[in-house]
Design a protein around this ligand. Structure first.
Ligand code: HSE
Length: 399
């Protein structure tokens, strides 16, 4: 009998207990062995939950129980989640997690620790909620060189942007709804300021190039400055406004990674991904472009991915699995961001200020002008924006 411990009994933790229980017979049949949830670590008690009797407040109960071989960490935040993960790996217990903050910050060390102790550290649920993306990128794309990843990586912000566009909902009402539905982080700034998407894009970029960038150092912009006018300008050009995590690996191996709102042309499938759904486009040199799509947040979808990792650990407990080994990206590994080029959308009060832009198309929307340009570098865009002064309302990257 495999003994499992769950760290955290919030949205994802309780969902994981539910999936492990509801689908127990099916999973055990597939695994050919039985499992049991022995402990659930949480600060709170859950007297009304069917899992209430499994709750412990003492992490040492789990750490010191040699029969617990698989631990699912779903606490959120860096501490004590990182510290507990480290102790479990050092004690020879495999750890699976939905915690993108821990994976993106301490992934290099924790993957190495897992290798050293002959156990697994898996994090399918850390990116894209219920979407299978980490394991397919590691396994099924392993014959490819991955050049580029563009993704809608945050369910909360996509839900907010969709509700604003389709229902005319206010930003704060849409955010409250996302919180009620269990999509948002404990501190929703992580969602709306792009921090959560930054954590996710560095994880995906590390799968592509083996270098884990510090998510705090990549350019990151959220959705709080997007106005209704901006979304109308996007619509007038047939574009959708999306929060996009983007990573590309140049021929020389240099990595560019950033998060920002982008106007996505209708021809790009990411433009049609709405609500809590996430979509991740991966451009690889042999297969071409593939897309991963599905629910990017929420209790049972995220739990489904956590349980997939638990099953992977149990199914392969006697096999020697290939470890995930990353290095920390240094400044030398990163491309010069000021040289990043793409088309831009300037939104201005007065179309004449855009005379010097390599403009492709101009449209008037309710008294303002959207000016779509040819490809421009970050440096040229910033200089052009500075020249426009007060006439500039906003400028967006186009995907
Ligand atoms: N707050 C995150 C999101 C949860 O909205 O995508 C899933 O990682």
């Amino acid at each position: 009998m495999i003994q499992i411990a769950l760290l955290g009994f919030g949205v994802v933790g309780s969902g994981t207990a539910e999936v492990l229980t509801e689908n127990k017979a099916l999973i055990e049949e597939r695994l050919g062995c039985e499992y049991n949830i022995r402990y659930i670590l949480d600060l709170r008690d859950f007297p009304n939950s069917p899992f209430g009797s499994l709750v412990t407040h003492d992490f040492n109960d789990i750490l010191n129980d040699p029969e617990v071989t698989v631990v699912a960490e779903m606490m959120g935040g860096s501490h004590p989640a990182y510290d507990f993960t480290k102790k479990c790996l050092e004690a020879g217990k495999s750890v699976v997690t939905s915690n993108k903050e821990v994976v993106s910050t301490f992934g290099v060390e924790l993957c190495e620790l897992a290798r050293k102790h002959g156990v697994r550290y898996l994090f399918e649920a850390s990116v894209g909620g219920g979407i299978p993306v980490i394991r397919p990128m590691i396994n099924d794309l392993s014959s490819n060189r991955i050049h580029k990843i563009s993704g809608i990586l945050n369910g909360t912000t996509n839900y907010i942007l969709t509700s604003m566009r389709d229902l005319g909902a206010s930003f704060s009402d849409a955010l409250s709804e996302a919180q009620k539905l269990g999509y948002a982080e404990a501190n929703p700034s992580a969602d709306v300021d792009g921090i959560d998407a930054a954590r996710k894009i560095v994880i995906l970029a590390a799968l592509a190039c083996g270098k884990l960038a510090d998510p705090k150092t990549i350019p990151t912009e959220g959705i709080t400055a997007i106005t209704l006018t901006d979304t109308k300008v996007a619509g007038a050009f047939g574009y959708s406004m999306k929060l996009i995590g983007h990573a590309c690996v140049a021929e020389d191996g240099k990595l560019t990674a950033f998060v920002s709102p982008r106007m996505v042309p209708a021809a790009n499938p990411l433009s049609r991904i709405d609500g809590v759904f996430n979509g991740i486009l991966v451009d690889a040199n042999m297969v071409g472009e593939v897309m991963f799509y599905g629910p990017g947040a929420g209790k049972l979808p995220t739990a489904s991915a956590v349980v997939a990792d638990i099953i992977d650990v149990i199914a392969n407990r006697e096999a020697e699995s290939k470890p995930i080994l990353w290095e920390a990206a240094t400044a030398d590994d990163m491309a010069e961001f000021s040289e990043y080029s793409c088309r831009r959308m300037f939104i201005v009060k007065n179309a004449s200020v855009a005379d010097s832009l390599p403009s492709a198309e101009v449209r008037e929307v309710e008294g303002v002008y959207g000016i779509l340009t040819e490809s421009m570098s970050e440096k040229d865009t910033a200089e052009a924006a500075a020249r426009m002064g007060d006439a500039l309302l906003s400028v967006y990257r186009v995907l």
